[in-house]
Design a protein around this ligand. Sequence first.
Ligand code: NAD
Ligand code: IPM
Ligand code: MN
Length: 356
Amino acid sequence: MTATLAVLPGDGIGPEVTAAAIAVLTATSERFGIGLRFEEALLGGAAIDACGDPFPDETRAVCEAADGIFLGAVGGPKWDRGGPRPEAGLLGIRKAFGLYANIRPVAPILAVAESASPIRADRLRGVDLVFVRELTGGIYFGEKSRTPDGAVDTCSYSTAEIERVVHRAATLAMGRRRVLTSVDKANVLETSRLWREVTERVVRTSFPDLRLEHVLVDAMAMHLLARPADFDVIVTENLFGDVLTDEASMLAGSMGLLPSASLGDGTRGLYEPIHGSAPDLAGKGVANPCGAILSAALFVRHTLGRDDAATAIERAVCDVVTSGPRTPDLGGSAGTGDVTSAVVAAMAEVARSAAT
Ligand code: NAD
Ligand code: IPM
Ligand code: MN
């Protein structure tokens, strides 16, 4: 059987890190005997330039026909001056495929985090977090309006939207340390008070062996830096998850290291690094491809169900980040292509030693 991956390179460094992920996926599929083909389509600014629509029907059709979707990044200053926004394409695709749970693991590789992270090394030991960010609701998708002297964004959540993402996070937590941290702003927001109530109920009725704690988002922003090793699975709403995961990337040492999987109820997921299009780096060939490559590994695990191949990619990235070559964000001077070739070689080595 041959699986299809829809590939949406997007804008800025998106195409550069996407090429890296595809190179690693190609090598891995050959090595592990996985049938895989790629179907490229436009999203974001590239799609606006081509046809005026950040999420064209043709792209939707390519994604619908695919088993999984890979995205580089969208956006950039070129599209910041009015007109359709590239980000609308990304929000559209998440909503269109019901990808309500955005899984963002943060597992610092100590060999590099000790020098690249602004956080003291002793606080990074034992840090192994998984954020589960609600992705298709909240203030991102509420009604918006604009008048000459004001603007409104609406944050709304239904019970069902909270239930399904909490259920997902709790299931994940049960396979790990059996602790779930739910982050909200229940001292101020009505949506957060509902979030807390629903979370309590889901855990009480379906996960009686799970320890649940609630933390207010402002305090969480502080705890993440002060005692990150105390947390395991963290579930939160869309906007809080967006902000906290960029913060958490500094535990690993760079935005360029963090992958994500956006999942719905089926096996079709959207896999993307958490970083953006990094206009400051675009075209220079120095973007760190590891977040994109690790996102490809999540595709291999979640959509293709090939834990062996996914683990080989993850080990290879860990080896390369540990011993080099490294891109400038991690203190090195290597290019995106150097790191990619090193990961391909390391993956082959991992596969060889696993076979013997
Ligand atoms: P960004 O993530 O693009 O960049 C933030 C900082 O991190 C920059 O200094 C950048 O150089 C660095 N960085 C990011 N990725 C890196 C990598 N792979 N290797 C090394 N360094 C890396 O965020 P921004 O500058 O706030 O946003 C730029 C554009 O990207 C905006 O238009 C925004 O909307 C968009 N964006 C898109 C996505 C997405 O497509 N998933 C995510 C975030 C931001
Ligand atoms: C992310 C990005 C997106 C978000 C933007 C580009 C719409 O920041 O994937 O983290 O806010 O979800
Ligand atoms: Mn973000």
